[in-house]
Each structure stands twice: as C-alpha cells, then as structure tokens.
Design a protein around this ligand. Structure first.
Ligand code: FAD
Length: 293
C-alpha cells in the first residue's frame, strides 16, 4: 500500500558519539538531516524500529584544518560547508559542490555524513570526494578506523559501513598550489541530483601534469575513477587538447551497469560523462595556474 506516513519508531537523542554507537544497529538507524532517510521511511522503503538523532552531538559538525588536511564533521550541513571560509580556502571545489546540492532547504538540513552514508548514485559529494582522494573517519562498537574513499562506496545505497558504525568526519587533502580542482554536473531539473557528474583534480609542474584524479558519478551505482583518462594526462603538457583526449577515454573506465531510467538513458549518461569530464578537466587545469590552450 502506498502511504506518506512512516511506520512507528522510537526516537533517541544521544549527546555523544559513544552513546550514539551504543544505540545504533541493523534496526536502529542514525538520523542526520533526514532528507534521504525520512522520504524513504514515508514510502516504506525503510522502516527502522528506532532513529538515533545525531543532531545534538556537540562538535560533530565541526569544520577545521590541521596542516594539509581539511576535516569536516559528519553533521556539517551542505550550507555550512558551502559557506565555510576554511573549506573555501583549503578546498574550494568542495564548497562549490556543496553550494550546488538541491535547494536551500536541502542544503540547510542535509549533512555531508548523511550524504555519503546514503550513497545515492546521483549525489554530488561522493564524486567530488573520490576525485579529491578523501578519507572517511568511522567509529563503531569495535573502535575507530579510516576508510579510503575508493573503498567506501560499494554499490547503490551501499557502503563499507557496518550496522554498528557511524561516519564521524570526512578528511580531505588541502588543495595545494599548482593543483586545480573542478566539478561539473548535469543537474536533474526537479531535484538537483546529478544525472551525471565529473570531478577532476589536476596537479601541474612546469606545464606538465604530475598527478590527476578524475571521478564520474551518476552513471553507475558508485562513483568511478576514470583511470584511463588519468593515465592519458599524467606526464603530458597540459592543454585543452590533452583534456579532450583524456575525457574521450572516460567510457572505458565505467565498466558495465550504467544506470538508465525514464529521465536519462544509460547511453545518454555515458555521453554526459565524457562531456562533463572535459569541462571539469579544462576548469581544473585553468585553476592549477597552468592555463592550457
Ligand atoms: P539522512 O537522510 O538523515 O540519512 C541518510 C542515510 O544515512 C540514512 O541511512 C542514515 O541512517 C545514514 N546516516 C546519516 N548520517 C550518518 C552518519 N553520520 N553515519 C552513518 N550513517 C549515517 N543530494 C545531492 O548530493 N545533490 C542534490 O542535488 C540533491 N538534491 C536533493 C533534493 C531533494 C528534494 C532532496 C530531498 C534531497 C536531495 N539530495 C541531494 C540529498 C540530500 O543531500 C540529503 O540530505 C543527503 O543525501 C542525506 O543527508 P542527510 O543528512 O539528510 O541524511
């Protein structure tokens, strides 16, 4: 039966990460902004017996920089990330991506931890964080651990998190001088989710590319590293021509399992990935300070 009301649940409001961990489990889910979990509960795609609200845990939304690492607490909202001077100076592409998520209401409620834990293929952070080479700080009943972003997303709505684990923070390398990063997406006109998105981080020394990470989102179940494109770029003199040659290889890295639905076919999404990768690469090269003609 179709319904717009969630089933009954118990509501917990812990005041520490330890207390939250003691309460969560397979049938007791963390609640952050509620912008993905509550809609799923309303249509009964999720029916947890308990919700554990992370919103009152002091410090869990903190944004800070420690040397070359930017640390964003799990309950930092998209709006807070977009507006943060720390994020804007340490990793501008992340602030830009956060500012392009959904609409004002979504950005004021949705959180970075909730977004990556939810692992929607059309979400923006997963793609950008994959290109940035982020690390996810996780805490659970067996202690704390760090998960490399390349290992974090395991399928549609599926991550490396155990049922007893919380994302506590997202750690991102600060974008250094000589490195440019950019994100380009084709937004769904109703929600803002990425029909497809591409993020690129390019490091340049003496006009040549020394390192590149390119990620594609929205096209398959998880963000995908466009490793063939990365290989084309590294060692090359950066230019728009090199960016185009690299972007033209993106489809090779996508494997199978491209998503097609009533809004966009799989074929169209793959086409978008190539176009968006070229845009993201061109912008990243420009921002690296190398220009590129
Ligand atoms: P919640 O809904 O509270 O939780 C989502 C899931 O994550 C649940 O399973 C929950 O148990 C789990 N969870 C939450 N926090 C943690 C944690 N710290 N550790 C472990 N598990 C946790 N997203 C985009 O990227 N781009 C868009 O353009 C976009 N447009 C949107 C438009 C609309 C109209 C809506 C409703 C949503 C949109 N979203 C978009 C999704 C939005 O960003 C969500 O806020 C986000 O995906 C989930 O974050 P949340 O804090 O609301 O998490």
């Amino acid at each position: 039966m179709y319904t717009m009301r969630p089933g009954e649940f118990t509501y917990h409001r812990p005041t520490s990460v330890e207390e939250a961990i003691s309460l969560i489990g397979a049938d007791a889910r963390p609640l952050a902004g509620g912008h993905s979990l509550l809609p799923m509960m309303k249509i009964r795609l999720a029916a947890p017996a308990a919700l554990v609200d992370l919103g009152r845990i002091p410090g869990l939304d903190e944004i800070s920089r420690d040397g070359d690492t930017l640390r964003i607490g799990a309950t930092a909202t998209h709006a807070a990330v977009a507006a943060s001077d720390v994020v804007r100076s340490a990793c501008p592409v992340l602030a830009e991506a956060a500012g392009g998520i959904g609409d004002r209401q979504v950005r004021n409620r949705g959180t970075i931890g909730g977004s990556i834990a939810h692992a929607d293929p059309g979400a923006d952070y997963p793609t950008v964080l994959t290109a940035l080479g982020a690390t996810i700080a996780v805490a659970g009943s067996r202690g704390e651990r760090e998960v490399a972003i390349d290992d974090f997303f395991q399928g549609v709505f599926t991550t490396a998190l155990g049922p007893d684990e919380l994302v506590t923070a997202v750690q991102v390398p600060v974008t250094s001088a000589g490195t440019g990063a950019a994100y380009a997406k084709k937004a769904h006109p109703a929600s803002g989710y990425a029909v497809a998105g591409a993020a690129a981080v390019v490091s340049v020394e003496g006009g040549s590319c020394t390192a590149a990470r390119i990620a594609i989102g929205g096209v398959t179940g998880t963000p995908v590293r466009a490793t063939a494109a990365e290989q084309v770029l590294v060692g090359e003199v950066v230019s728009l021509e090199a960016a185009t040659r690299a972007a033209d290889t993106v489809a090779r890295s996508l494997g199978s399992g491209e998503i097609g639905d009533t809004y966009a076919s799989a074929e169209y999404r793959v086409h978008l990935a190539t176009v968006l990768a070229k845009r993201a690469l061109a912008a990243a090269i420009e921002r690296s300070g190398a220009g590129g003609s």
